[in-house]
Design a protein around this ligand. Sequence first.
Ligand SMILES: Cc1ncc(COP(=O)(O)O)c(C=O)c1O
Length: 526
Amino acid sequence: MFCHNNDGATSDCPLVAAYIIHYIGFHRHSLQRKIEEDGRKQIMKEFLCGIVHSKQKTASKKLNERLLHRVFGEQREGRNLLEDATWRSSRYLIGLDERPVFPAPEALARLSAFDESLPEDPQNPFETLALLDEIGSPATTASAGGRYFGFVIGGVLPVTLASNWLAGAWDQNAGLTAASPIAAKLEQVALRWLLDVFGLPPESGGGFVTGATMANFCGLAAARHAVLDQVGWNVETEGLFGAPPVTVIVGEEVHVSLLKALGMLGLGRERVIRVPADDQGRMRADALPGISGPTIVCIQAGNVNSGAFDPATGIIQIAHDAGAWVHVDGAFGLWAAATPALARLILGVSEADSWATDAHKWLNVPYDSGLVFCRRAADLRAALTHSPAAYLIEGAQHDPMEYTPEISRRARGIEIWAALRSLGRKGLAEMVERCCRHATRFAEELRAAGHEVLNDVHLNQVLVSFGDAEKTQRVIDAVQRDGTCWCGGTVWQGHAAMRISVSSWATTEADVERSVKAILRLASMF
Ligand SMILES: Cc1ncc(COP(=O)(O)O)c(C=O)c1O
């Protein structure tokens, strides 16, 4: 049995299929035997017929075939469209290890194939999918693989991808319990588990949003509501026109997404008071200004460059004594709470009033998936709930849409639930610790080779300088061209640096070894 690679070559399918089974974590041995006996097509057919059988126990085989046709349309080369997508996706994931991490220039040039005009007539779905795979797949960055260290980008745990496929088939609108009881239920369960993992008050409210930018927006919307409510101003009904001024305090190293959120909330990107930071980028508690009146203090758990944490305990104490609200941007750093090994970093963070984090970063679920939590659920709800509308059937319990900006949205909580359930507390802690171990190894080996590591590596972020700004930039360009791994650049406290962010479940010791070797080889050329 043979299959086609992206480049058109053929390869031995049983071997490839065995890898798929291993990768996706199915029941490897029994299915592997089946593959050898019957081939992949037959298995998928049985699998799909099995689904139909369980729904239509008394239906005849012929009826099953008709049903399959109705659900999936025509078959091509013995496969229906979803089988074709499964096969193409699996082949893509298996191929990640062998391909350059950033797409080759030829692959990018071929993207012009998409520059067609809108077809007048319907096009064949198989051909549409084939175009997507054959031109699209080679033009992706291999961020689902083990050697992508750019920005802060997690991979996708197999169980979360599989759940994403199933939830996609369900096509649920997660905004209302009436529209999707299953989505609402799993988000409730996931929220309870997440509050437990992060050590946050169990009665906190939470929302499943697109990412940390929106999570920051929602947390700050709750903050804006609460601090103005304290002085008798209802910002949701009256807006900010004529409202008492709100002071916003941020650290010098605040993430740009938080400033953007402030801008979207009418609080101003530049109207903030910036508190100086130390050499790791941590806000200096001793440099906080005096606080009075409606005030929001924004701290950071995990600096996007250094991974450092603002000293939460001291800052929160001062802020709360003055009646201020404290919001935490913990886009990836909040996950340090998942392991006792990193507890010292996250100390005091749970005393804040609202928290933002991402699931698509360190929990390794598919994009897009961010989370907002709020100590007093009522503040989050007051900021984000809508005015009543007769057609929206609201249950006795609160609907998910009351804690997010959107009404309609995809059921992203399902993948979070699947990740947490399959990892368990131990698996989650192990994944976070493993990424940190890999980061430490990068730092040690690069330092041992004579390069300067600019940050204290306590988490998953490494900043390395290869000399002056020009040389460092040349090394970064060479690493990106080489394709063994992908790392971005930054300027850290006036010094050019290459950023290594280890955020993927898929990164192995071998990936680190291969990447370090490549970086050192390339750095030695300049
Ligand atoms: C500290 C911090 N906050 C916010 C964000 C924005 O996250 P997202 O891209 O999910 O909106 C990031 C992204 O890296 C981050 O590191």
